[in-house]
Design a protein around this ligand. Structure first.
Ligand SMILES: CC(C)(COP(=O)(O)OP(=O)(O)OC[C@H]1O[C@@H](n2cnc3c(N)ncnc32)[C@H](O)[C@@H]1OP(=O)(O)O)[C@@H](O)C(=O)NCCC(=O)NCCS
Length: 233
């Protein structure tokens, strides 16, 4: 029988044990996909969290898939010794705003990594990353804050990725690609490898459509689609 990962860890009543609270912002599809591995991994071991919740601005329910769903206000009213958060919302500007608000209120970012995500050597990954199942970051990649790597995506050697970048499922990001802040890479996109002296560049806020095969640099705030990828529309 499959283990029920939705069970909350038992609360720790001993006065000398810190009460560690974790809130995952978002109540949409991505948050529901991320929460099972969060609940599984954060409820184990000596550093186990006392409480794990979902957080939304105006929740219409009290729970989702068996996990408590709280308003932001309620999340910050819970008494705890350590309050951690992450943001499972694909829209990068919303992610940035929520992260800034949480940090300003003293919550700490916690990176989330599926037990089925793989990291090889010498990668630098900023705070607040979410690495879903079957994602691979190979070697010597440099990744900014609050990166999302959805299912089956990879980042190959020597890539440089900015802050609040989003990979939908199955993104193939080959070596020496530079992706600037807030870019969104759609499902199944393939980014051609660059070279150390001429990396392939995806500009700030660019959108790469699902299935695109990107062979040339993409300008900032531009959407590209197709094979080879061209400006969309
Ligand atoms: C590229 C994209 C951003 C365009 O969005 P949009 O501007 O709202 O586009 P629309 O859905 O209005 O479609 C406009 C036209 O482009 C076509 N089109 C849309 N996305 C396309 C894509 N990725 N590749 C090729 N053509 C595409 C549509 O078929 C439509 O064609 P038509 O005018 O002949 O009917 C979007 O379709 C996309 O690929 N988003 C990524 C989705 C994704 O990966 N989601 C992951 C969720 S986890």
């Amino acid at each position: 029988m499959t283990k029920d990962t939705r069970k909350q860890p038992r609360s720790k009543n001993k006065a000398d044990q810190p009460k560690r609270l974790f809130g995952l912002y978002g109540a949409g599809g991505f948050a529901r996909e991320v929460m099972p591995f969060v609940a599984e991994s954060l409820s184990k071991g000596a550093q186990a969290f006392s409480q794990i919740v979902l957080v939304e601005t105006n929740p219409q329910k009290t729970e989702i898939n068996g996990y408590p769903l709280l308003s932001e206000k309620a999340f910050f009213e819970i008494e705890c010794s350590e309050r951690y958060f992450n943001v499972a919302i694909a829209d990068s500007k919303t992610r940035e705003r929520i992260a800034a608000e949480c940090l300003a209120k003293g919550a700490l970012p916690l990176s989330l990594r599926s037990p089925h995500a793989i990291l090889y050597d010498c990668n630098e990954i900023g705070e607040g990353a979410i690495l879903c199942a079957q994602t691979i970051i190979t070697s010597n990649a440099k990744i900014g804050k609050f990166f999302h790597a959805n299912l089956y995506s990879y980042v190959a050697h020597d890539c440089v990725i900015g802050d609040y970048v989003t990979f939908a499922p199955n993104v193939h990001c080959n070596g020496n690609v530079h992706i600037h802040d807030h870019a969104y890479i759609g499902t199944g996109a393939i980014l051609k490898q660059g070279t150390p002296s001429k990396p392939l560049i995806i500009g700030e806020g660019a959108i790469v459509g699902m299935g695109a095969v990107v062979t040339k640099d993409v300008k900032p705030f531009t959407t590209v689609t197709g094979n080879p990828a061209k400006p969309h529309g």
